[in-house]
Design a protein around this ligand. Sequence first.
Ligand code: SF4
Ligand code: SF4
Length: 147
Amino acid sequence: MPATNKRVIPIKLVSVAPAKKKKAKKKPAYDCRKCPGYCCSYPLIEVTKRDVARLAKHFGLTYEQTEKRYTRYDKSEKAIALRRQKDRHYGHICKMFDTRKRQCTVYEARPGVCRDYPVAKTCGYYDFLLFERDQQEDKKFVATTNS
Ligand code: SF4
Ligand code: SF4
């Protein structure tokens, strides 16, 4: 069954103001381990130079090698973003996502924005995912936002 597109799910993953981060301290009502990684499929996942440096250290590469291999410059947003790869569920997803295991391959070195998201104690996509899995009576159903 096609997913509804009425939910407001951001298409851009960016850092938030520190003041808002404090609200995320409560126990979250979502479990990323049970999610197929929807937020990793956002078209623009912005990273900082510090993020690139952390990834470079993780991979044992130079900053330039890491930047070239895992990031791209988005002209319209004037931002450095993570490169993507094809994904059977969401069309495209972060290049550092394991599309078979459905998990981040650089979790310990992931960018700051990936650590912060979804900021609140709830995740709109996770609520949607649980609803669809319940409707489909399939605990592994992967809900998409394509009609
Ligand atoms: S979409 Fe939500 S539940 Fe899924 S990985 Fe991202 S933050 Fe976690
Ligand atoms: S670095 Fe990891 S957590 Fe961040 S978007 Fe890529 S796969 Fe997802």
